[in-house]
Design a protein around this ligand. Structure first.
Ligand code: GLA
Length: 393
């Protein structure tokens, strides 16, 4: 089977009749710790992974763009004058994947950055709705393509912020900065410890002799479905209410676990559970990173398990299949930690496993999960790769 790069190149040649000038790639991500805290100004630990969106592209002759999604043979034509209305060149409403390139072009133009017409073909090997940030990867792929054709250059972190704005304002998902940051700023062999308040980050080396394994529950979700935005609203409500006693707080990041408990009885259920999860998860992520950097892989694995329990019981973004995957994983030899990764409500778990036992682990997880649920899980080892980039052909 062709990889996304080969497919994007071959399909470009087929569609337009000549070779593209550039090939770009933007990775998906898996988050190791710090879930549902990025939009609370918290700390996260994502890894850019070897699952990518590839984009083959060349400038077009005018302002308009022709973009083909090779994996599902869907083509759109964008005219900058129709972007604000979320229409294509012919006045038809944009839907689904087309909102991502359109949103990026829209935001760039708002920002005063040149985003000229292009001919492009994209192909990906990131399953959508699996919690591996296929959306952020497609956003970053178009971001770097337009950066190349527009002849401007911005820092990778700034590209991430612009892509997040496109998703928030144009696609309509109120996501945080983690996914776009990981796709833009990933580093080979490392996770990125990111402070989502000021966007400072540092690379954290992945532990030697251990592997991170991604297991897909087979239950896929759409973030736009609303549950994600509801959770975010519960966090904002918690901040609004807590300000009565803690007037200086700006986000749940500013509230300690003890403070949450002091005022817990005065918060409505949803806001209380949200505040408990977020304050706990931020603290846990800081500790987990210290442990990883000190070589305490076992400690890090324990923090992963606590994180899953909090996402399941307090924040309620897990589901039966994810809980089953975690339960099976942790009973298998060599597994030190397991948790859902990404937004939740389905998608994937990430598992920390001793490399010498990883083959048996993957096999055992697949077999037992299928026996329990009837679902065949895709289980893969993830490699940490660099963030998005382009090469001229
Ligand atoms: C999705 C969002 C991220 C983040 C995670 C949960 O992936 O895009 O911004 O909030 O969910 O940690």
């Amino acid at each position: 089977m062709m990889n996304p790069r080969e497919k994007a190149l071959a399909e470009f040649q087929k569609r337009f009749g000549w070779k593209p000038d550039f090939i770009g790639r933007a990775p998906g991500r898996v988050n190791l710790m710090g879930e549902h805290v990025d939009y609370n100004d918290g700390f996260v630990l994502p890894v850019a992974i070897d699952r990518t969106v590839a984009i083959a592209f060349s400038p077009s002759d005018d302002d308009c763009s022709t973009i083909l999604a090779a994996d599902f043979s869907s083509e759109i034509e964008l005219d900058p004058h129709h972007l604000a209305a979320r229409h294509d060149r012919h006045g038809q409403t944009l839907a689904g994947w087309a909102l991502y390139p359109a949103g990026i072009q829209y935001i760039l133009r708002e920002e005063g950055l040149s985003a000229p017409g292009m001919r492009a073909v994209v192909s990906a090997d990131i399953p959508s709705g699996a919690g591996l940030s296929s959306s952020a990867a497609i956003e970053l792929a178009f971001m770097i393509a337009w950066q190349t054709l527009g002849g401007w250059e911005q820092q990778a972190a700034k590209l991430a912020v612009l892509a997040q704005q496109a998703e928030n304002q144009y696609v309509g998902v109120r996501c945080g900065i983690m996914d776009q940051y990981a796709s833009a700023c990933g580093l080979k062999g490392h996770a990125i410890f990111l402070d989502c308040r000021d966007l400072t980050s540092r690379p954290v080396a992945l532990p030697p002799d251990h592997s991170f394994v991604i297991a897909d529950s087979g239950v896929h979700h759409s973030l736009a479905a609303g549950a994600y935005n509801d959770r975010r609203a519960a966090c904002e409500e918690a901040v609004r209410l807590l300000r009565e006693w803690l007037p200086d707080i700006r986000a749940l990041r500013d509230v300690s676990i003890d403070e949450v408990e002091n005022y817990a009885a005065r918060l409505p259920d949803e806001a209380r559970q949200a505040a408990r999860h977020v304050a706990g998860e931020i603290e846990r992520t800081r500790r987990a990173v210290e442990q990883l950097e000190a070589g305490d892989v076992k400690g890090f694995g324990s923090r992963m398990l606590e994180s899953h329990a909090s996402l399941r019981d307090l924040y309620q973004v897990s589901c039966t299949e994810l809980d089953t995957l975690v339960r099976i994983a942790i009973d298998l030899p060599g597994c030190l930690g397991s948790r859902l990764t990404g937004g939740g409500f389905g998608g994937c778990t990430v598992n920390l496993v001793q490399t010498e036992l990883v083959d048996a682990f993957m096999d055992g997880l697949k077999r037992r999960y299928q026996a329990k649920t009837g679902i065949r899980s895709q289980v893969t080892i993830c490699q940490a790769v660099d963030g998005a980039g382009v090469v001229r052909l």
